[in-house]
Ligand binder design. Structure first.
Ligand SMILES: Nc1ncnc2c1ncn2[C@@H]1O[C@H](COP(=O)(O)OP(=O)(O)O)[C@@H](O)[C@H]1O
Ligand SMILES: [Mg+2]
Length: 364
């Protein structure tokens, strides 16, 4: 993409997926004069409300995919569970960033953890599980509290069951539908942090600072920057690991890596996502360049912006009925409110988020 293309307002970014991450990417793209086209099976999606055009079709509708590809310059995505044949088809028509390998690795916890191991990135101890018998054996091996997770399609704590050596393991296995799983040791972490790195096709990277993440019922509740009690060495280590993971799969776009920080100061990689991440929404109101603009810059091969923060921030997700708190947040002139345009409110559904500046004293 050249600067001249941008000035002409002719650049079109295609986004697969119509959720809030696509919506906020489209808004950032619009600031740069870039139009967006959305491909999603969902009608009236959060992203389509703010995009120039939406194609509503199934992921195996090749005519619709062709139509989508022909109208855009570059294709990116806002969620990673896009079927491999869809990715393959689109890659034959247009540049797709991130690449199919990044998706394949992040779609399956087994591939993801094997990949981390191949790069020397520490993870919680884990075992692949294909049946209830393997679960019993793996529990004997881990010999302590653990979490059974479906290998694929888990998000917001869905597809997980906490188990102990004396749990009814058959019931736990059945509760997740008898699909391939991983069993992970339960990590009594001191805190959870995450790092988002932007990477361009030429290998250039820019890392955001880590935020501390607090989950409730498996769903991210708050992200706080700066993450308390993180020394510079640990911050750099988390950023270096994230850069390494992105570079080794030649990812172009954004990569988020979630870590557990142990009491003895170790970082264990939990999972990754090749896209903007909920735990970096604080960057929208605290960094010179936020994650969504950086994402657009990276996939369109524009110069990366400055990811550094100019103030401290706490992001709070508005989940389900939390949406009723919006009038209160509106009454706080400091609060930056981001709503996703979802018409139906359901328990556990992310409806929006609020960024609230913190007094600078936290990190000083
Ligand atoms: N091995 C573990 N030990 C302790 N807590 C965990 C472990 N795995 C997951 N969790 C908790 O559950 C949350 C959601 O799990 P995660 O693996 O990130 O799945 P999801 O794809 O749903 O985000 C984590 O952020 C963490 O709070
Ligand atoms: Mg997670």
């Amino acid at each position: 993409m050249t600067n001249a293309d941008l000035c002409g307002g002719q650049t079109v970014l295609g986004i697969i997926g119509g959720g809030q991450l696509g919506r906020m990417t489209a808004l950032a793209a619009a600031r740069l004069g870039v139009r967006t086209h959305i491909f999603t099976p969902e009608t009236d999606s959060p992203a389509s409300q703010v995009a120039e055009k939406t194609i509503v079709a199934a992921y195996d509708d090749t005519a619709a995919l062709k139509d989508f590809a022909s109208g855009v310059d570059v294709i990116t995505l806002e969620f990673e569970n896009i079927p491999a044949p869809t990715m393959e088809f689109l890659s034959g028509l247009r540049t797709v960033r991130p690449n199919a390998r990044a998706l394949e690795l992040s779609q399956d916890r087994r591939h993801e953890k094997d990949y981390f191991r191949s790069l020397g990135v520490a993870t919680p101890r884990w075992l692949p599980i294909l049946n209830a018998g393997e679960l019993v054996q793996a529990m004997e091996f881990l010999n302590g509290p653990a979490i059974l997770k479906t290998a694929r399609f888990g998000y917001d704590g869905k597809g997980q069951a906490r188990v102990r050596p004396d749990s009814d393991l058959e019931a736990a296995w059945n509760s997740l539908g008898g699909v391939p799983c991983v069993l992970e040791e339960f990590v009594p972490f001191e805190s959870e942090i995450s790092v988002v790195v932007a990477r361009k096709a030429n290998g250039e990277t820019a890392a955001f600072n880590p935020a501390m993440n607090v989950h409730r019922d498996g769903i991210l509740r708050t992200s706080t920057f700066p993450a308390p009690e993180m020394d510079v060495a640990l911050i750099e280590q988390a950023q270096d690991i994230t850069r390494t993971i992105a570079g080794a799969m030649d990812l172009v776009g954004l990569l988020a890596v979630e870590f557990f920080k142990t009491a003895d100061g170790r970082l264990l990689a939990n999972e990754m996502a090749p896209r903007p991440h909920n735990s970096a929404h604080w960057t929208m109101d605290a960094c010179h360049t936020d994650q969504f603009e950086q994402f657009v810059r990276a996939v369109l091969d524009l110069p990366l912006g400055d990811p550094s923060a100019y103030r401290h921030m706490r992001m709070t997700n508005l989940i389900g009925d939390d949406i009723n708190a919006v009038p209160g947040y509106l009454a706080n002139p400091q609060a930056r409110i981001h709503l996703y345009g979802k018409t139906e409110c359901r328990p556990g559904r992310k409806m929006g988020h609020v960024n609230e500046p913190l007094p600078r004293t936290l990190a000083e």
